[in-house]
Design a protein around this ligand. Structure first.
Ligand SMILES: Cc1cc2nc3c(=O)[nH]c(=O)nc-3n(C[C@H](O)[C@H](O)[C@H](O)COP(=O)(O)O)c2cc1C
Length: 193
């Protein structure tokens, strides 16, 4: 494979954009299909595709927000106005939200850990596939990823896990850099000159 300068330039500046800084337009149905077609090209030991997507679009996102607010109030009836607005807007900050759901399960050869990691790789690939189509993106989980009460309304089945809710849209905010770990803090060299 030859040097891909454009890809290196992209990876040098790749960043997420906070969901609250996202706005319309989101991808069209055809663009979403194209994004997902790129995203599924992800490492997957055993070629078992231990994951799936749930695509949340349109008015259904506001309905989900109302339901999440109801669940949040069940847990904390004293929620303030600001948090009520936050809960309500969980699925309407971005024009498109896609759940990456891990369907990892015991397998005769492939450890569940590797199946889960493939779902994580799928999340990053989806972030980047959205960027490749000119959209910004962000990988979030938030409380409802881990709250079984929320799973039925999000279409998540028993035994499945949420790897991420990938938010996709456009933005007018400048994308700023964030600190990255220094290589000497995270790299151990073994051998070489
Ligand atoms: C598995 C996972 C879950 C995350 N969940 C949240 C979340 O719930 N809320 C949040 O503010 N950020 C969350 N983040 C962090 C955001 O994705 C953040 O925008 C990102 O790490 C920024 O890094 P980047 O610009 O290099 O993409 C999560 C990240 C990962 C990997």
């Amino acid at each position: 494979m030859k040097n891909n300068v454009e890809l290196a330039e992209y990876l040098k500046v790749r960043r997420s954009v906070p969901a609250f800084q996202m706005a319309e337009p989101g991808p069209s149905r055809a663009e979403i299909e194209s994004i997902l077609t790129l995203a599924v090209r992800v490492p997957d030991h055993g070629k078992i595709a231990p994951w799936r997507f749930i695509v949340y679009r349109g008015g259904e996102r506001a309905t989900i927000g109302e339901e999440l607010l109801r669940l949040a109030l069940e847990k904390n009836p004293d929620l303030g106005d600001e948090m009520i607005a936050v809960e309500r807007a969980r699925f309407t900050r971005a024009p498109l939200v896609i759940a990456v759901v891990s369907t990892a399960a015991p397998h005769f050869k492939i450890p569940e850990w590797e199946q889960l990691m493939s779902a994580g790789a799928l999340c990053l690939n989806l972030l980047m596939a959205a960027n490749a189509h000119g959209f910004v993106s962000n990988w979030l989980t938030e409380w409802f990823a881990y709250d079984a009460r929320a799973h039925p309304l999000l279409g998540i089945r028993a035994g499945e896990k949420v790897a991420g809710f990938i938010h996709i849209g456009s933005t007018t905010f400048p994308v700023t850099e964030r600190p990255r770990p220094a290589l000497d803090e995270v790299v151990t060299w073994v051998g070489g000159e």
